[in-house]
Design a protein around this ligand. Structure first.
Ligand SMILES: [Zn+2]
Length: 305
């Protein structure tokens, strides 16, 4: 090698060594970063982190359809006012009597299992259904499948309101058998996460025991200063059908009358009969009168605490 070439190569080799060391260092750094990111991802909760805020409103709907029938009006008003609305469904309501009418007969899972095999007419469509002849997507609806189908309606209604899926939670409390401890555990967990939020659900005056249980628990959490703000509503059945009068009740109407279109879309979610696609209008089969009443006169009643 010529001398000048040798002299020239020294800094090149040195530079190469520096680059190699830098690269090694870089890889090490990237490796560490990647591991750190993975670790962060691993500890990051799948659910969105709740942000305690005064702007948050959490609706506890005992069953799928209560969020529309009784709380749809204030829920729309809250979204319109820019509130961060969360929707918690306590029970998919798989024990509803509508299952037998949509299946066209009782079965061993029926509340009246002794009638298994006996046909039952669908009063809404004035006919006897047959899940196989009518090609129901789920075939014969077991309680589980019925609950899942009811959930589909619930999610469609939530979408009509414009509530994103990450602000929805669904629990599996057995309907017609809401236990104080279960309801309290769920509600108290939200009070812990959202200490400044406003909580909304049915009142203790409700004719439905599940609804009344939600009100009772919330009353206790409020008295114990676990919940700071809460609003109780009288369910449409309690108010308009059973005509229970609670002194001091206040009418709640849509702040923007044009929002009636949103409420109608949410009602419609419970009245889609497309059995081949797994939509069985369960809400409407359960309480058609309530849906008609709400669509005709969209209001609800807030009761004093
Ligand atoms: Zn209900």
């Amino acid at each position: 090698m010529k001398k000048w070439l040798f002299i020239l190569s020294i800094p090149l080799v040195a530079a190469g060594l520096v680059v190699a060391v830098m690269s090694m260092h870089k890889y090490k750094t990237y490796g560490e970063q990647a591991a750190a990111t993975r670790a962060m991802e691993a500890v990051k909760p799948a659910a969105p982190k709740p942000v305690p805020s005064k702007n948050v409103v959490i609706y506890f709907s005992p069953h799928a359809d209560d969020e529309v029938l009784t709380m749809g009006v204030p829920l729309i008003n809250d979204i319109r006012a820019g509130k961060e609305v969360y929707l918690v469904l306590m029970s998919p309501g798989s024990h509803s009597f509508a299952r037998e009418r949509i299946n066209g007969a009782y079965d061993i899972e029926s509340n009246r299992a002794e009638l298994a095999g006996k046909k039952l007419k669908d009063n809404l469509y004035k006919s006897y259904h047959d899940p196989y002849k009518e090609h129901y997507k789920d075939g014969w609806l077991t309680r589980k499948e019925f609950g899942d189908a009811r959930l589909r309606e619930f999610y469609l209604a939530a979408a009509a309101f414009g509530i994103p899926k990450d602000r929805i939670r669904v629990y599996n409390v057995v309907n017609d058998n809401f236990l104080y401890s279960q309801v309290r555990a769920i509600m108290a967990s939200y009070a812990k996460k959202f200490p400044d939020a406003t909580f909304k659900t049915m009142s203790r005056y409700d004719v439905h025991p599940d609804h009344a249980m939600c009100g009772r628990v919330m009353d206790d959490l409020f008295r114990e200063h676990i919940v700071k703000h809460w609003v109780a509503y009288l369910s449409i059945t309690t108010d308009r059908i059973m005509k229970v009068k609670v002194p001091g009740s206040q009418m709640v109407v849509l702040r923007n009358p044009a929002d009636k279109a949103i409420l109608l879309r949410a009602c419609k979610a419970y009245n889609i009969w497309k059995p081949t696609e797994g939509l069985y209008a369960i809400g409407y089969h359960s309480v058609p009168i309530e849906f008609d009443m709400l669509m005709k006169k969209p209001y609800t009643k807030k009761v004093p605490l």
